[in-house]
Write a protein that binds this ligand. Structure first.
Ligand code: HSE
Length: 315
């Protein structure tokens, strides 16, 4: 977090939040990476209670623009949990992360609200407060339900996130520079709630062991040995249970993997993440999609290493 205290009672902050891709194949509800593609928001306190949100870009004319907006609710959650008064807010959001596509848009909205609150609290002229990384993750996870999108959105890079009795925890790792992400975005959407409802309560023991091995291997592949990514992204815990709900995603992943590309469902879908071993392989995957499936949008993205940022700006 950067910036100092605002001189007046009115405070303003600028927040940037990256898109994310969760699961990464075998790492269901645990692994995620941040992608250099995100939303940017400016928030200012105002005298009247409540909130007004002006959205441009993705979600414009669709998402709520009052206090029911997810960014506003997330900011309010932080103030309320800390027993601080919730300020009136004017927010301008420039959104790029597609909604309902498995690129962490709801996690990004939650993180945006939390960072707005964190920035406002830090620059509070009467009683400044700095939130810890653990607090930021705990508040975000309380709202999102699982930490695998919000951890990379907050902290950048590759994150391993897990839950304990004392709350969520995370470990951030640097991704090997040879890993070249490609995100394939379809025109249709997928509800995370529907995707989660398709998961069985129990899975065969051999499938659990299969995913333990691939998840462990995936950490090595993403940080040291990208040549292992095809095997390391195999999964038996979630993708096939959800396949019938997004057959175009399932079929394109099958086609890409048969051609040697480490393709997985991005988050709960329906987008696809290809974790290519180098830019040449990524180009080969993008060419395959452009030639045979031009209706899918290809996003050639770097891994975001900073995570969400907040800075105080003049109010
Ligand atoms: N791990 C989550 C899921 C990511 O696959 O359901 C989407 O929120």
């Amino acid at each position: 977090m950067s910036g100092g205290s605002a001189p007046s009672a009115h405070r303003a902050v600028r927040v940037k939040v990256p898109a994310t891709s969760a699961n990464l194949g075998p790492g269901f509800d645990t692994l995620g990476i941040a992608l250099a593609y995100g939303d940017e928001l400016v928030a200012e306190t105002r005298d009247e209670p409540g909130a007004t949100v002006r959205v441009t870009g993705v979600g414009e004319g669709e998402v709520p623009t009052d206090a029911s907006n997810l960014v506003v609710r997330s900011a309010a959650h932080v103030f309320e949990r800390l027993g601080r008064p919730v300020p009136g807010l004017e927010i301008a959001a420039r959104n790029r992360i597609p909604h309902g596509r498995g690129m962490g848009s709801s996690g990004a909205a939650i993180v945006a609200g939390i960072m707005i609150a964190a920035g406002m609290l830090q620059s509070d002229p009467d009683s400044p407060l700095e939130l810890s990384e653990d607090e930021l993750l705990a508040f975000a996870t309380e709202l999102e339900g699982h930490p695998d999108n919000v951890a990379p959105a907050l902290f950048g890079g590759l994150t391993i996130a897990w839950t304990t009795e004392r709350g969520p925890r995370f470990k951030r790792l640097m991704v090997h520079r040879g890993v070249a992400p490609l995100v394939l975005v379809p025109s249709f959407t997928m509800s995370t709630e529907l995707a989660r409802s398709l998961q069985p309560k129990q899975v065969p023991h051999e499938d659990a062991v299969f995913n333990v091995s691939r998840s462990a291997l995936l950490i090595a592949a993403l940080t040291q040995s990208p040549e292992l990514l095809l095997e390391a992204t195999e999964d038996r815990l979630h993708q096939h249970y959800r396949g019938d709900a997004m057959p175009a995603t399932r079929d394109l992943i099958g086609e890409l993997r048969a051609d040697g590309h480490p393709a997985v469902v991005s988050g709960a879908g329906p987008s696809i993440l290809v974790l290519s071993n180098g830019p040449g392989e990524r180009l080969r995957a993008a060419d395959l999609v452009a030639e045979r499936h031009a209706e899918w949008q290809s996003l050639t993205l770097a891994v975001d290493t900073k995570g969400a940022t907040v800075e105080s700006i003049p109010a």
